[in-house]
Design a protein around this ligand. Sequence first.
Ligand SMILES: [Ca+2]
Ligand SMILES: [Ca+2]
Ligand SMILES: [Ca+2]
Length: 345
Amino acid sequence: MTVTNTISKDQGYFKISKVFSSPAYTGDFTIGYLCTDAAGTNGSVNLAGGATSAAIGPIDTHNGTTAVTCTATETLPSNPTGYTFGVPSYSPTGGVVTITKGLAAAAVEVTVTNTITRDLGNLAVTKYHDVDNSGSKQGSEPFLNGWDCYLDLNTNGTFDGVDVKLTTAGTDESEAPKGEVLFENLPTGTYQICEVPKADWYNSDPGAASIAGPGKDPCESASVLKDTATFASFGNYQKTKVQITKTVGLAVPTHDDGNIAFQIRMGASPAAQGRLSQLAQPTPQTVESSDRTIGRQRTVAIPWFPVPTSCARWCRWATARPSSSVIGTATKRPGSTVTTGSPPG
Ligand SMILES: [Ca+2]
Ligand SMILES: [Ca+2]
Ligand SMILES: [Ca+2]
């Protein structure tokens, strides 16, 4: 009589589940595994968020007398632009599962969970008085508080609905304005940052070319990088307003069309008076009055006059009859209104 017995190794299965949900990444995650069985079972699976692998096995439940475990380890994909994956978490802890005897349908499970966060950075904007209209800040040029700057989120060159606006503020140790705004925790990317102009100020940084069209503000582009402060700057200068006051004398001077002409020349030195070709740029500006009533005082405002870099702080102004000698002069700081001496007449 023969008694026959069979014996087989206890074997089981495991499977890997992936937990992740974000439109920032819809690709697969690669998860490797390595088991402690005598065969050293190993491999990897590629899983998208929400997916579960097929049962992996059969794998011996014991290696000698020691229970077999399998360990799952994820290799993070490259971060999508503007996002960073968090450290993956595993369940059970460490991604380690003990293989238990059973069929594929009873596979033990290891779950790998990922998180992802949006990259953020800061954008600091400084506002300064570009006194010399050079398009950049020199050391002596002051910062300006009280100016509105905004993130032009809909890039239309004007402050409206969705935009975010801040006003330059702050003072340093010596009470001087810091002219700063700080846009914090911005999602990384490229932003259009603009300033709200003020009357009688003119933008030189980024400059007139940055203004997209009528009714649009000066804007420049800034790239906000992860965990970094990006800096942008806006510079504005002022022009000088000049008025001529004269009393019409008996000998009424006339221009080609019979009007009295008033002319402003910039930078006219006494030596250059009356010699138009030697007067500093820009071109002398002329306005006219048709009122030639003798004895009446006439005040004629010259439009804002651009300040050349050679005349950054103090400018000399001259009034004259066109193509004639200079009579009155004045020295004033840009941004002020000056009344010169009477031109000839
Ligand atoms: Ca400057
Ligand atoms: Ca806008
Ligand atoms: Ca700038």
